[in-house]
Design a protein around this ligand. Structure first.
Ligand code: NAD
Ligand code: WQD
Length: 336
């Protein structure tokens, strides 16, 4: 299938493009490079050993998107393009509403106009807020979001759902709720490129290990968890990338209007201290860290029940946490 991949030069999008090609699909990347680099396209081409269709353009540009849909008539869209920093979205909420919602709206308008059969939306476990029951099932309630980023993911899911469930809809849709994507391509050619000081744990660990940061601060040690630090569900980005192909394949088998949501994680919780210890083991580096106060907005524990994705999409994660950290470390070392 011809699959339009918005945000395909980004962290998760670039790995998904590699996987799409591995499964015999033809990706068409649209990215405005607001949080990525043209080199990513060159590195994807090195991995897959073929040229990639890439358009440096903005998803909000209706005219250009119309031309692109008209020229390529994609069979499906995987919509990654969005701003993704929770803390930045607290400072600049309208920036997040403007980009995340208008990008999606434009894509959905084109999807409707060109009767694109399949749409996969990048959602996030953040839509659940502070969970009442763990592991998190898709039936858990979405809590009102405390930040604009999370709110754009909730409304994004709703926008896609309403389009897919109109009686005359030609588009079948899935929202994938990612837990904590980490790791990198094992080649060392693709990975996460955080701008400035990383907010996320694993890039902060690898940047500290390589000497770019003085020390890691463990945010909170008195949570109601076995070692007092937060529990998260860290998933290798290649496992996550594959989930998109399984989601598309699943949609091809359904013959009526449909929309659904799936958790994409490993189902296995790891604490911040476990992450530090595992990283030290795989890298042989002794990581400088201090125990600090809780970070505002963090929930104690968040990990997925992945049985729905396993049953319907026939997808499950395969990479270990060790392998994800090995690949993240290799990527950090390859960065100049
Ligand atoms: P990323 O920033 O690496 O990739 C997003 C890409 O979209 C970037 O290359 C950026 O240049 C592009 N982009 C942004 N706005 C655009 C626009 N208007 N037009 C065209 N391109 C645009 O982020 P990522 O980590 O790969 O995340 C991908 C998606 O997954 C996002 O929607 C994000 O919210 C979601 N998500 C990410 C995580 C995570 O922890 N990384 C977790 C849950 C959900
Ligand atoms: C993980 C754990 C921190 C940094 C975020 C978004 C979420 C989703 C994924 C997009 C937490 C601790 C972190 C540090 C630390 N993104 N930590 N020291 O917060 O679970 O999720 O990314 O959708 O929406 O909120 O991920 O990597 O920031 O933190 O102790 O320097 O590591 O407190 O327990 P988080 P994270």
């Amino acid at each position: 299938m011809n699959i339009l991949v918005t945000g395909g030069a980004g962290f998760i999008g670039s790995h998904t493009v590699v996987e799409l090609i591995a499964y015999g699909h033809t990706p068409i990347i649209v990215d405005n490079l607001s949080n990525s680099h043209e080199n990513v396209i060159i590195n994807i081409e090195k991995i897959v050993n073929q040229k990639i269709l890439f358009y440096k353009q903005d998803c909000r540009d209706k005219q250009k998107m119309d031309t692109l849909f008209s020229n390529h008539q994609p069979d499906g869209v995987i919509h990654f393009a969005a701003y993704k920093s929770v803390s930045e979205s607290v400072d600049k909420p309208l920036l997040y509403w403007e980009n995340n919602s208008n990008s999606l709206l434009t894509l959905l308008e084109m999807t409707e106009k060109y009767e694109t059969p399949f749409f996969v939306f990048s959602s996030s476990a953040t839509v659940y807020g502070d969970p009442e029951e763990l592991p998190l099932k898709e039936t858990a309630p979405r809590k009102p979001s405390t930040n604009a980023y999370g709110a754009t993911k909730q409304t994004g899911e709703d926008m896609l759902q309403t389009l897919c469930l109109t009686p005359h809809s030609k588009t079948k849709g899935i929202s994938l709720r990612y837990f904590n994507p980490i790791g990198a391509h094992p080649s060392g050619l693709l990975g996460e490129l955080p701008l400035g000081v990383p907010q996320n744990l694993v890039p902060f660990i690898t940047q500290t290990a390589i000497g770019l940061r003085e020390k890691l601060t463990v945010f909170g040690t008195t949570y109601p968890t076995p070692d007092g630090t937060c529990l998260r569900d860290y998933i290798h980005v290649l496992d996550l990338a594959q989930a998109h192909i399984y989601a598309l394949t699943h949609l091809t088998k359904i013959n009526s209007p449909t929309y659904d949501v799936y958790n994409i994680g490993t189902g296995k919780p790891s604490s911040v201290m476990e992450m530090i210890q595992t990283f030290e083991k795989i890298s042989g580096v002794s990581l400088p860290y201090v125990l600090g106060p809780k970070r505002q907005g963090d929930v104690a524990s968040c990990y997925a029940d992945v049985s729905k994705a396993k049953k319907d999409l026939l997808w499950q994660s395969h990479f270990s946490l060790q392998q994800a950290l090995i690949d993240a470390w290799k990527w950090q070392q390859s960065l100049k």
